[in-house]
Design a protein around this ligand. Sequence first.
Ligand code: GLA
Length: 737
Amino acid sequence: MIHVNQEIKQFHLTNGKISYIFHVMKNGQLGHLYMGSALHKEGDYSHFQAYDNPSPYTTHVFEDDPSFSLETVRQEFPVHGKGDFREPASIIVDEQGEFISDYVFQSYEVVDGKPELNGLPAAFGEKGSVQTLKVSLLDLTANVGVDLYYSIFADLPIITRSVKVVNNGEQSVNIERLMSTTFDLPDADYEMLHLSGAWGRERHIRKRNLEQGVQSIGSIRGSSSHHHNPFLVLKRQETTEHHGEAIGVQFVYSGNFLAQAEVDHYETTRISMGIHPTGFQWKLEPEDSFQAPESVISYTKEGLNGLSHSLHDFQRHHLISQKWMERERPVLINNWEATYFNFNEGKLDQFIVEAKELGVELFVLDDGWFGNRNDDTTSLGDWYVDRSKLPNGIGELSKKVKASGLQFGLWFEPEMVSPESELIKKHPEWVVGSAARSNTLGRNQRVLDLANPEVVHYLYEKISAVIEEADLDYIKWDMNRNITEPYAMSLQNQGEFFHRYMLGVYELYERLTSSYPDLLFESCAGGGGRFDLGMMYYAPQAWTSDDTDAVERLKIQYGTSLGYPLSTMGSHVSAVPNHQTLRSTPLRFRGDVAYFGTFGYELDPSQLKQEEKEEIKQQIRFFIKHRSLIQGGHFYRLKSPFIDSETAWMVVSEDRKKALVGWYQPMSMPNPPGNRVLKLKGLDESFHYKVNGQMQLRYGNELMERGLALPVEFNGANHHAQTAGDCQSIIFELRSD
Ligand code: GLA
């Protein structure tokens, strides 16, 4: 899959689905030639590089060749200070303060398989199914090396890319900027899509046209954030969900990031993805190296659904733990919205019995079981059971849960400490913040210094003890504030704090997941504040949003699906009026939305009416029947809540014999059309499908070309109407035997 033409110094990664091509330019730096659908593996593509120097004012590298300008060539690892005035891939400063660099090609190596990235989450793959190219560059003056790693996967239009800096010199250097991916596209005729929002409305799809200048999203909050997701899409104006070109770049990282598209004065577009340079400075002593996180580049001609399919397949086969992809995820019930901090053993005993009767499989005890935590001002860090609430201890509670036939899970917020806690008294030096300044609280709490290996070790020991005592099946790992006053007493160089903090988080995850391989982790950060590939490597599912309002969830889940598969999205039914929006929606509507994810409940079973209990039992049976399809099928977005008054999506099994379609209309429509249809996708044209068990069979091409008939809606007079009022939803089950 990796073709190197030594004569013309061209590197071509292709698997018949994607081509990624770059070469060594005449000044020794790397030039980017092409990223797109597969080209012939043998071709010479040097002519894709434009060497015309269109203006007398452009800088030029060679005295005798004014046409070779770094301002106009398309590059693969651009630097600052040598005549390219766009934003560079790296800025590395020496002890004298000089930051000019010039990385020239030295050597390359092709390996079968995919090397791990030391201390960082990264994609994996069997030998034979993935190949890796390492290209080594060197700045001859500073004696600083850069190794670029590219991996290509046999069956997917995906390239992963990462970079390592090696200091071969005799003095230390400071890395001030290091993008994991940069490449230049030949035009700027794109719309940029990104997933942005806030707490309670995460990952809404935003769109803008690219214009000359820099357009970027990012986070400097210490986590990937609710506000922007480390994922950027460029699409052509004519690209829809179903057709057309799109490029996606994702980041396998959970901390500060920058994702950027820069359009220059010749309409070239530079894509960059990496650790956010704000607040980042990494000191590299002689012989040291620094490994930047991995990025994922994908290309499609098959519209946004096509892009999502490649990303979903990549994550399911090469990033998420394979064990958890194979196992069916349990239907859970979480007590947070049912009780908040106000529970005791008696209340939980009743909760467990009633939950079991509903048919759920896992009981999750959320915040408030430890220390002396009766509100959010205390006890984070004190990870031992609160005997005033649970006098018999967590082990005894777990025994009761398990005896009832349920699995048992607990909430932790490992990275945090409350100002009122035993831990902070014992170890004030473990808290992030500056002794010389006043320090800012977030949700009444402070952040622990996970850049300090002692803290990571302490947390590992404390959490392990609870895992063992309570024989846990599941952990919800929360992270409820952004990081301020980023200063750690454990560090010499504070510019390293944010990244070292993330390395500590990953180290803790790595130790816990290796010691307890059967423990399921769900990541969470005040809902969906850290929904990224870094977390997903350790925690195969994530709490998508604290907002469980089903109308809002249409947007959140639709947006999230652009980059992430259903098997990663925690989606639960909660009580009404909804606690985040005070909106009331029917139980059926809430269930119909929540099926498309890892399903569960956030409510108090004792507050349910008998008919609601019966409906929930049915919902759980329905979900379990379709669970493997939902977890492993291909997801198609059909109608967007950002554009249409209806939302629709569907999931189709690998063999196309089964599908589940969800159609939703939050607001009723007066005087609606009589014969509405929904065009389906991904079916087999020639299969004969049974829809909702009806006798009449429909061919796949009829359902895709003409569409599936939607129910007749009330129009003021037709009292035979099948739907009426707000919050209509229907789930269609399709089956071809
Ligand atoms: C965060 C989570 C919630 C819940 C609370 C508990 O907000 O997103 O689901 O666990 O913390 O304090």
